[in-house]
Design a protein around this ligand. Structure first.
Ligand SMILES: Cc1cc2nc3c(=O)[nH]c(=O)nc-3n(C[C@H](O)[C@H](O)[C@H](O)COP(=O)(O)OP(=O)(O)OC[C@H]3O[C@@H](n4cnc5c(N)ncnc54)[C@H](O)[C@@H]3O)c2cc1C
Length: 369
């Protein structure tokens, strides 16, 4: 008899887990998702963790491993450049001294992360030459390993791939009973393994089991432009100082964002003030942009933990229920590795080397009343 694996959540973690599990003919995989507020489909899409200022080495190992998985998944599933493209990243700084420091850091980090690729110092003019949309720029460095991904289309692609093998998907919100019973819109469902890849919604989902997850919601908004001109597929992503990035996707789509709003709970309303503020940031880089060219404002809910680190694996007292959450603002980068590790665990029961990627899961899950 085939084993029943049920995944809740079709974001990057759920989709990658389903993709890896689809190679196993001994499993039946079922997925539920209510499709509300998903971070993955509203994300900016930068995959470039190597120059991060974060000091958390476990996060860094996970992010490096996640970034390295993309080219492999892309090749194995024949994904096109409009969804994922290793177009390189340009990181700019206002002063020559800061550019030099960044350049040295990149050289140092490349020793343990050859995926950074080639590293080139760029003058302000050279930055503009590489990203023709810019009407002004600071100097910076280019790293060829950086990439951009359309999270929504990437997850969709993997789910379609898995559906051709062993995945069955349902739309709808699920709840858990006090013993971990799975309560779906179609009634209670049995499972051998249940994977809660529910992002920012893990805390409310686990409460009936008297477990408190250290997960908080963070609202993120970004703007998308549909521009009259088009550019080549390999125009790099720009990460200027500050938190507003500039991401030219293929053809005429430009994404600028994103916000990190910690005090908005699960709110998904577009804020016109934020939209204007994002537009102001975008126009500082490209004076020719017009407000009317904004084609979409996206809003998603990220999950973050007290130390901004993700966590994943079986519940401390229940090896049949796995969780993954807290991926924060870099979850498109860490998510593929987390999905792969969860799928490995389902198949082998092993947590080989997991402590190199995260603190013990008890750090983020406490007994509640
Ligand atoms: C604006 C923005 C910009 C970002 N930019 C980047 C970036 O450039 N680079 C990067 O690496 N990361 C980025 N991120 C972060 C990244 O998108 C997230 O960390 C990652 O997508 C989280 O994936 P996930 O699978 O854990 O959760 P999600 O993608 O949120 O998926 C969880 C799913 O579970 C479903 N769900 C929850 N509860 C239930 C339930 N009870 N029943 C049924 N379904 C349920 C939800 O509806 C959702 O679809 C960004 C995020 C945002 C919001």
């Amino acid at each position: 008899m085939r084993k029943q694996v049920t995944i809740i959540g079709s974001g990057i973690v759920g989709a990658v887990t389903a993709y890896y599990l689809s190679a196993d003919p001994t499993l039946t995989v079922t997925m539920y998702d209510d499709g509300i507020g998903q971070a993955t489909k509203n994300a900016a899409g930068i995959i470039s963790p190597w120059l991060s200022k974060r000091r958390n080495q476990r996060w860094y190992r996970l992010a490096k491993a996640g970034a390295a998985l993309y080219p492999q998944i892309v090749a194995d599933t024949q994904l096109g450049v409009s969804v994922y493209q290793q177009c390189g990243t340009i990181v700019t700084r206002r002063t020559a001294a800061d550019v030099e420091a960044l350049y040295q850091l990149a050289q140092e980090r490349r020793q343990a992360a050859p995926q950074i690729g080639t590293i080139t110092k760029l003058s302000a003019q050279a930055v503009q030459d590489r990203i023709p949309l810019l009407t002004t720029a600071d100097p910076g460095i280019f790293i060829s390993g950086g990439a951009r991904v359309d999270g929504e289309r990437f997850a969709h692609h993997l789910l379609k791939y898995a559906e051709k093998r062993n995945l069955v998907r349902h739309k709808g919100k699920v709840r858990l009973g006090d013993q971990g019973q799975l309560l779906t819109p179609n009634g209670q469902q049995q499972y051998d393994t249940l994977i809660l890849a529910v992002g920012a919604w893990l805390k409310p989902l686990l409460l009936p089991m008297k477990l408190v997850a250290d997960v908080r919601p963070q609202k993120g908004q970004l703007i998308e432009f549909d521009l009259p001109q088009s550019w080549s597929d390999d125009v790099p992503v720009l990460m200027p100082e500050g938190e507003r990035d500039f991401i030219p996707f293929t053809r005429s789509k430009l994404v600028v964002g994103a916000t990190h709003e910690n005090d908005q709970g699960y709110d998904l309303q577009v804020s016109s003030l934020v939209e204007k503020d994002l537009f102001a940031s975008a126009s500082q880089l490209d004076r020719d942009l017009q407000y009317s060219q904004i084609s979409r404002v996206k809003v998603g809910t990220r999950a973050y933990t007290r130390d901004f680190a993700p966590f994943f694996g079986p519940l401390p007292d229940n090896p049949h229920i796995l969780v993954a959450s807290g991926l924060g603002s870099s979850g498109l980068t860490t998510g593929p590795m987390i999905g792969k590790l969860l799928a490995d665990y389902v198949q082998t029961g092993q947590q080989t080397d997991w402590d190199q990627y995260q603190l013990p899961i008890e750090t983020y899950l406490q007994p509640g009343d």
